[in-house]
Design a protein around this ligand. Structure first.
Ligand SMILES: Nc1nc2c(c(=O)[nH]1)N[C@H]1C(S)=C(S)[C@@H](COP(=O)(O)OP(=O)(O)OC[C@H]3O[C@@H](n4cnc5c(=O)[nH]c(N)nc54)[C@H](O)[C@@H]3O)O[C@H]1N2
Ligand SMILES: Nc1nc2c(c(=O)[nH]1)N[C@H]1C(S)=C(S)[C@@H](COP(=O)(O)OP(=O)(O)OC[C@H]3O[C@@H](n4cnc5c(=O)[nH]c(N)nc54)[C@H](O)[C@@H]3O)O[C@H]1N2
Ligand SMILES: [Mo]
Length: 828
């Protein structure tokens, strides 16, 4: 099928028109009367951006409207059509020219974007041959296929699951542990509160709204970040945000955002702002603890009954141990930029009425990111509100609808990631020769650079494996990983990089074999509606046939498995096709809910597109523990909240010791290390109108925020003035690691010394040379790539300082979105 430019633009216009009159078109999934007069058929599906209905005319999606049950749809639905129809689609299987020809220096030219078109059979043969070669030459340590990311929604088609099962049928490979989102948080919190906390259900919003008198949003922007969900979000949480806004206006709840910038949530709620210098939350919190302690304002009973190890911690605060510095508000003020008396006032304020502290995740995506989370828990203990509705601390109220009342219904299961019992891989060699078979996710480039290096990780030693081949599906490491110039160099050691994607991202550009997947809108699937609320089950109808030569990931990996031997493709699929799998997953879900939730037969469900489980019920985090800590102990070594952890202390780490502490960062703005040379902190926060890199390719959506076609860099007016930069100018953002072009948006929401460039901007360097300027504005061109500490070894992207200047001369054209440079066989 061909999409003409005219059709494409026409389609985009209809989406915008729909968005403008969106609310009046809200109809229940089964009641589409308003639409019956229009041409075409309506189909329902879900996505990370919410559920939607699409009108299809002549095999093309012409209109997208929100699902009837979604009362707070995100504007990002305007980008849905742009996922299917856009110039960045991977159209055909492609192989990198220099890799194929093994031209001299072939391994150093990744990024030059020159590719040759091949057939599906050729591409899958090449993929298979490389798997064979790498297994035989290097064994399982040679292959990294463990990275996962924000693959599109749907339980059956989940692409990383397909990749991992298919590769497991071939042999063993290196996997990852942790994720970029919460690597530090999910590693430290089990020692402190006994669970990851970051992925746990939190106190329900109705109870928070009823009982909290103060809410502290700490590094937290839920109004921006709850637009998307890991599974299809209901967006019901926005109803609670509306109520909160109302209560803030009436003075019933006080909300304070602790953040270096004015967030979207702060603006929406009209709430208060506590400015803080970037990366300095721990000194602020230590001084709060100092005030609570010295003014005798803390809950001694709570500490006595529920906590362990307060004394060693408070000795540190009082300057009796470790660095022997008393953590007074005067001491903290010099680092965090908050006046000593304001710190004292803030501490007192926390104790006056019931306070719910809600942490976002950003503050732990920095060096020593374990510390602010641990320290937050200590403050909450000193306040004594843990386990009370509207009190205590949470680490996830901004994520995937957490806090929406939950039905407790079972959702549909998925396609198996692992081999079935009794199945054996083609190469049954599990000998990693002393190298780690699992590595902390953010250390993979270090592994490629320095195989054999031994690093500490969470109480163990990890010997980094000699990775020679990387297979990527459902994640985009050339956006998500830090320091792209370091990545470029590391990739010289890679012999084969394979990527399966529907969009020609930078990861495709830096690969050797690229296989065209289709989008989730081009395949059938099933999903839970509301990841944590389990509000219902959603049919994901295929809207249109796969474009160009793209295939479902299921088909792609079946095709690969066929090369592993007779009937291996059938074994892989357990002899079922996609609709048989979806029916099976639905029927299993019906069985699991039998007696509790009525569900219709599959045909009815599939026709209606949705089955709901009714109202959810409320929950209070840590209530059982509060009720009886002996009967309901936490999952910590002692069962209590560990303000001091003997276990962590026993590891003997420098940057994560036995209780929370302040450690200076490798680089920090506002007077910190390196700020004389690079005075600006770069915050690469999560984007308001994308999911990471997904939808950056949507021209319609991109047009709503780009500046001269570049990713916006949000900067402070005084900083701009000092550099002769006006709103709308192109700027060059740089440090010793790299440089990028972005478009200046001058705004008072950003304090002096801070620039925001949202993560997920597509990387489009001018060439394969190290240091080549990025033409669109991916912040990871300049971010720092170090582990948070020996404990979590997690992503530290926010420990990054830069400077910027007005871009001089003629800027190179943006090349991020135009797909590969296709070299014809005659030109080879
Ligand atoms: N500087 C900085 N860097 C960051 C962050 C930050 O805050 N700052 N945040 C980090 C965090 S928290 C995260 S979670 C990561 C996100 O990193 P990723 O999860 O890697 O980001 P996405 O852009 O969602 O990448 C998903 C990729 O999978 C592809 N894809 C989606 N669905 C399918 C499918 O069905 N089949 C196939 N074959 N491909 C598919 C998409 O086209 C896209 O290229 O980024 C991390 N990186
Ligand atoms: N629209 C949208 N929503 C998303 C995503 C997306 O890509 N787009 N991604 C999803 C994913 S995978 C994740 S991991 C979550 C991310 O969730 P978070 O990591 O919580 O989100 P961010 O928006 O990056 O950061 C939240 C706030 O932290 C502030 N902040 C940054 N550094 C500091 C600091 O040093 N101190 C303090 N006090 N505040 C600081 C930022 O200014 C920002 O306002 O979002 C999810 N939601
Ligand atoms: Mo994330």
């Amino acid at each position: 099928m061909t999409i003409t430019r005219r059709n494409f633009l026409k389609g985009m216009l209809s989406v915008s028109a729909t968005a403008a009159i969106g609310p009046s078109l809200l109809v229940a999934a089964t009641d589409a009367k308003a639409h019956e007069l229009l041409d075409g058929v309506w189909r329902t599906t879900g996505s990370h951006w919410g559920a939607l209905r699409a009108r299809i005319v002549g095999g093309e999606v012409v209109e997208v409207v929100p699902f009837g049950h979604d009362k707070h749809p995100t504007v990002m639905l305007e980008g849905i059509k742009g996922l299917i129809y856009n110039p960045s689609r991977v159209r055909y299987p492609m192989v990198r020219l220099d890799w194929l020809k093994k031209t001299e220096g072939w391994n150093t030219t990744r990024g030059d974007n020159r590719f040759v078109r091949v057939t599906w059979d050729q591409a899958l043969d090449l993929f298979y041959n490389e798997l064979e070669r790498v297994q035989k030459t290097y064994g399982p340590s040679g292959l990294l296929a463990g990275q996962t990311g924000w693959r599109q929604t749907g339980q059956f088609q989940s692409c990383t699951t397909h990749m991992q099962r298919a590769l497991a049928m071939h042999g063993f490979y290196v996997k990852k542990i942790g994720d970029y989102s919460t690597g530090a948080g999910q590693t430290i919190m089990p020692y402190v509160l006994g669970s990851t906390e970051v992925y746990a259900q939190q106190t329900s919003w109705p109870l928070v709204l009823e009982n909290a008198k103060t809410i502290i949003l700490w590094s937290n922007d839920p109004v921006k970040n709850a637009q998307v969900g890991w599974q299809c979000p209901t967006h019901d949480v926005y109803g609670y945000f509306d109520q909160l806004k109302d209560k803030v206006a009436k003075g019933e709840i006080r909300v304070i955002s602790v953040d270096p910038v004015v967030s979207k949530t702060q603006k929406f709620l009209g709430c208060e702002h506590q400015y803080i210098n970037p990366q300095t939350d721990v000194p602020f919190m230590l001084a709060i603890a100092h005030t609570l302690y010295t003014e005798d304002l803390y809950d001694k009973d709570f500490i006595k009954i529920y906590c362990l190890g307060f004394e060693p911690f408070i000795d540190y605060v009082m300057g009796k141990t470790k660095d022997k510095v008393e953590k007074t508000p005067e001491w903290a003020s010099k680092i965090c930029g908050i006046a000593p008396d304001d710190i004292r006032e803030f501490a007192r304020m926390l104790t006056k009425q019931r306070t719910q502290i809600m942490f976002g995740w950003c503050v732990q995506r920095q060096q020593h990111g374990e510390q602010p989370y641990w320290m937050g828990a200590v403050i909450a203990c000193m306040l004594g509100g843990i386990g009370l509705p509207g009190g205590g601390i949470s680490y996830a109220h901004h994520y995937s609808g957490i806090g929406e009342p939950a039905t407790g219904a079972a959702g549909p299961g998925g396609f198996p990631r692992n081999l079935d019992p009794g199945m054996e891989p083609l190469h049954n060699n599990n000998d990693f020769k002393g190298y780690a078979s699992t590595i902390p996710v953010a250390r993979w480039i270090e592994a490629i650079e320095e195989p054999g290096k031994v690093i500490n990780y969470n109480g163990s030693k990890v010997k980094l494996p000699p990775i020679k081949m990387v297979v990527v599906s459902g994640n985009n490491p050339w956006h998500h990983h830090q320091d792209h110039n370091r990545m470029k160099k590391a990739y010289y050691n890679i012999e084969t990089a394979v990527t399966i994607d529907y969009a020609w991202t930078a990861t495709c550009r830096f690969s050797d074999i690229v296989l065209p997947a289709c989008t989730q809108l081009e395949r059938n699937d099933i999903d839970l509606y509301g990841a944590y609320s389990a509000t219902g089950v959603l049919a994901m109808h295929k809207l249109v046939d796969p474009l160009f030569q793209s295939r479902t990931d299921f088909e792609i990996f079946q095709g690969l498995c066929k090369r592993f031997g007779i009937d291996k493709d059938k074994e892989y699929a357990q002899g079922m096709n996609d609709m048989q799998w979806i029916t099976k997953l639905y029927n299993e879900c019906v069985a699991a809910n039998k007696g509790n939730f009525e569900m219709p037969d599959f045909e009815t469900f599939w026709k209606d597109g949705y089955v709901g489980f009714g109202e959810g019920s409320t929950f209070v985090r840590h209530a059982l523990f509060r009720e009886d800590p002996e009967l309901n102990p936490l999952g910590t070594p002692s069962g209590f909240i560990e303000i001091t952890s003997r276990k962590i202390g026993s590891y003997g780490y420098e940057y994560c010791q036995d209780h929370p502490m302040w450690f200076e960062k490798a680089e920090r703005s506002h007077g910190g290390p390196g700020s004389d040379k690079f005075p600006i902190w770069l915050q690469s926060c999560h984007p308001d109108r994308r999911l990471h890199s997904q939808m950056c390719e949507s021209p319609a959506l991109r047009e709503t925020y780009t500046v001269q076609g570049r990713e916006p860099a949000y900067i402070n007016p005084d900083d701009a003035k000092a550099r002769g930069i006006k709103d709308g100018d192109l700027i060059r953002v740089f440090n010793d690691r790299g440089q990028l072009i972005a478009g200046a948006v001058v705004s008072d929401d950003y304090p002096p010394g801070v620039v925001r460039i949202q993560e997920g901007a597509w990387y489009g360097p001018t060439g394969s040379a190290i240091g080549a300027i990025d033409t669109y504005g991916d912040p990871n061109t300049v971010t720092l790539d170090v582990g948070t500490s020996e404990l979590a070894q997690a992503c530290s992207a926010y420990t990054t300082i830069v400077d910027y200047e007005k871009f001089q001369g003629e800027a190179p054209a943006v090349n991020a979105f135009s797909g590969p440079i296709i070299v014809k066989p005659s030109e080879m």
